[in-house]
Design a protein around this ligand. Structure first.
Ligand code: PLP
Length: 355
């Protein structure tokens, strides 16, 4: 007899992008920010007194939530802080899906959602995106209306791995039609032209999930948060681990949020580099999906995506390749510094010429 639950035994766990030790490798594979976080974050770290670690941290992150509530113009009670937004997403699958229910998402999207559903052994309602990776909003709403089991829907915006942004009005229409909870996963929204944070003020069934891992350059800190109506946020607080966010991370995250200008300046630099990269890759014949994120979803010309992935790797450049019917023709390339992107362009130009 197995000691492991059947659903866990059958599970193929989430595969994170590679984190190589070699600093000479150009890492364009995990959508991290190439620029440093606010100097105020480093200052908090320097000022930290190790003696404080003998005490438990604030279990409900009051100061940080106050900072986040001010940033988003909502009440402190509408903010939940988690150990990365991955924890927020996991808690949502625990709080909002019955054991015999299901969670929904568009495909392709962030590959954690299917893992979270499988861990809970609940059903999955997968809705294919259109051929150009835009959203079939109204068809999806009609289809979901017939599935009473689906009480949670993950709507990634901008989407990953495509980078496309669904206009706010369409997201709102989807949320209004859906009877369960919609988690609008805005991990990349700081690189986009518009966001949906105000939907949590307008609608009771929406959670907006955010992270400090991308635009705030703090992936190593593990801070994510959710905005939502009081009953939804209260439900997340009921089921979280007692001390889910450590005290050092709370203090450093607050410093980052209070200096939102540094994050916005870094995001603007990334966006400028993104636009340059789009132009250059398009000129080389790449198919480029319109991106509002810090990465591009591209189809290489003249050679397969896996072939180009391997060739880039041989040149010490890491990008992301997702095998599969919908995704296997594409590469996801994180926007790095201008120097990283220049090196990438040199290599792909040679590959396209010789390939
Ligand atoms: C769409 C999406 N949501 C959430 C996350 C998780 O972010 P965090 O580092 O806050 O757990 C990622 C990370 O890659 C992501 O791509």
């Amino acid at each position: 007899m197995s000691l492991i639950r059947k659903s866990v035994e059958a599970l193929e766990g989430y595969t994170p992008g590679e984190q190589p030790d070699d600093p000479a490798i150009i890492k364009l594979n995990t959508n991290e920010n190439p620029y440093p976080s606010s100097p105020k974050v480093a200052q908090v770290m320097r000022d930290m007194d190790a003696a404080q670690l003998s005490r438990y941290p604030d279990p409900v992150c009051r100061d940080l939530r106050k900072g986040l509530a001010e940033l988003h113009g909502c009440s402190v009670d509408q903010v939940f802080v988690g150990n990365g937004s991955d924890e927020v997403l996991a808690l949502c699958t625990r709080a909002f899906v019955e054991n015999d229910g299901s969670a929904g998402y568009f495909d392709p999207t962030y590959s954690l959602y299917t893992v979270l559903a499988k861990i809970r052994a609940v059903g999955e309602h997968v809705i294919a995106l259109n051929d150009d990776f835009s959203w079939p909003i109204d068809e999806a709403s009609v289809e979901l209306d017939k599935d009473a089991s689906c009480t949670l829907f993950f709507f990634t915006n901008p989407n990953a791995p495509t980078g496309r942004l669904c206009p706010r009005a369409e997201v709102k229409r989807f949320c209004e039609a859906f009877k369960g909870v919609v988690v609008v996963d805005e991990a990349y929204v700081d690189f986009a032209d518009e966001c949906c944070d105000q939907l949590v003020v307008e609608l009771d069934n929406v959670i907006v999930a955010r992270t400090l891992s991308k635009a705030y350059s703090l992936a190593g800190l593990r801070i994510g948060y959710a905005l939502g109506s009081l009953p939804l946020i209260e439900a997340l607080y009921k089921i979280k681990d007692s001390y889910n966010v450590d005290g050092i991370a709370q203090a450093m995250a607050l410093a980052a949020v209070e200096d939102v200008g540094t994050m916005r300046a870094n995001a603007a630099r990334v966006v400028a580099t993104r636009e340059r990269l789009v132009e250059r890759l398009a000129a080389l014949g790449f198919g480029v999906c319109p991106s509002q994120a810090n990465f591009l979803w591209v189809e290489p010309p003249g050679m397969g995506a896996k072939e180009m992935f391997d060739a880039l790797r041989a040149n010490r450049i890491l990008v992301r390749y997702f095998p599969g019917e919908r995704t296997g023709r594409f590469l996801r390339i994180t926007v790095g510094t201008d120097a990283d992107v220049d090196r990438l362009l040199d290599v792909v130009t040679t590959l396209c010429r010789d390939g």
